[in-house]
Unconditional design. Structure first.
Lengths: 250, 250
DNA sequence: TTCCCTGCTTGATCTGCATCAAGGCAGATC
DNA sequence: GATCTGCCTTGATGCAGATCAAGCAGGGAA
């Protein structure tokens, strides 16, 4: 059974696929896949490069193949708020709109799989499955955004940091081994302190202080500035302020 | 030309309809409309009543016919964050999920047009137009949520209040006359101070103080606690911190 | 080796909003 | 009319996180 790892757009949960999470199964979708293959192309960006500026004309939609990108909004006076973190298989752009609503920036080296918007829209009208899959993904993103609203509006700085670490730990874990050694998780932060601050609605100084505090309290260990060891994912979760049943999204 | 005002779900912008904004035009959609008519039913709620609790089983999707409802999230210790405001024609619930993710509460008397989830999902697979319309609405909501993330993360209390008033003024205006007397807007707040606070990530005292401050500075006038007069929508917009070109959503 | 330069940490101080507390007002009930 | 109750306002005080300001660590260039 062939897997087309980079046409992430058609990703779905297919019980017959060896990779169930956001994998693409050719035997279910061969038609659409073929058509998608015909209109797709790749673009690469270096870490730090801007993919597109808010307000720019955007004549494509795309999905992330490898690397990490961010969506940010900026106010005239320079205040910045990150509103989305794009990881492999995440989708950018929206059918039916011609200009970008946010700045999209590559925070690591990035490869995107792009589709020109016009043919993509035509394909979408012709193949209902794509619209349904896109709806599903958009609803997930909406849930994540709302979870984030709770964080931004009501959580303390410490809870915000813990929540971000928990999210990264979780997503990282799901990309790699199905389960690392029970309870403990190790990962590299893909964001600078400033980017973390922009995501959490804090200043970079506060981020730094809270990271130090979590380290002092034994919730995390740091090797260098980016390499994080979480000895017990449960103690981290306790710091997030969330229900412990762990229904966290993103 | 017949209008089916309450099957809001199929709402779309039809150039031939007298009401272009989220109206339903029978001649475009007669088939789907007929099927939707067969599975729909109505429910009414009184102001203050809870429509559904987060975590409850939810075997329907629905759209608001009249009145206003809110989506809120609550932390164990009682901190609350509103994550959505549902106005007439807005959609609640999500195909493919069986439990509610948020508390849904009626803030005014409310009438909802409901569809049992199972037949609705079947209908959605059969009629691609519905999924596409739903996708469009969900993308709009996602944009609104992201706009709100900027507000929650980076705006001052005064900017938050001004932004909320601007949003209500705009939505209210679009429901009523196409254009009220150039520049000035009058409306009734559909929310208590506490609800405003939950929406804005503030306390009710801060909301009250900032409302008083805006009044003192002549940005708004108040008659009683709820009736708001905005003498100049432009001066209000200047207080929001947003770009003045006015691309505001929700 | 030295010198940057970028990203990070830590300290001192300030401030915007939360918190605690005390009324005020208008509509409902008796 | 008196009293109650829900909602709102205003004042006094406290504190979490912002702001201002140094200085450090590590990596790359010469």
């Amino acid at each position: 059974m062939a897997l087309h790892q980079d046409s992430h757009l058609l990703a779905h949960d297919c019980a017959d696929c060896p990779i169930r999470h956001r994998a693409v199964c050719a035997h279910c979708e061969s038609d659409e896949l073929t058509k998608l293959e015909q209109i797709k192309y790749y673009r690469s960006y270096q870490a730090g490069q801007t993919v597109i500026w808010s307000g720019d004309r955007m004549d494509f939609v795309a999905s992330v193949v490898t690397g990490i990108a961010t969506l940010t909004q900026t106010m005239e006076d320079g205040r910045r708020q990150m509103v989305g973190l794009l990881l492999p298989s995440d989708f950018v752009g929206r059918p039916g709109r011609s200009t970008a609503a946010y700045d999209v920036t590559a925070t690591t080296d990035l490869v995107m799989c792009c589709f020109r918007k016009k043919p993509f829209e035509e394909l979408m009208s012709a193949t209902p499955h794509i619209a349904q899959r896109l709806l599903e993904m958009t609803l997930d993103e909406l849930d994540a955004a709302r979870e984030w609203m709770l964080l931004l509006g009501r959580k303390t700085a410490r809870e915000k940091i813990a929540s971000l670490l928990a999210i990264i730990a979780r997503r990282d874990a799901s990309l790699k081994s199905p389960r690392s050694s029970r309870g403990s998780v190790i990962f590299d932060l893909p964001l600078t302190r400033e980017e973390m601050a922009d995501y959490l609605g804090l200043t970079l100084e506060t981020v730094s202080r809270q990271m130090s505090a979590l380290k002092k309290d034994g919730v995390i260990e740091l090797e260098g500035k980016r390499h994080v060891i979480v000895p017990s994912i449960n103690s981290l979760m306790e710091e997030t302020g969330d229900d412990t049943d762990g229904g966290f999204l993103v």
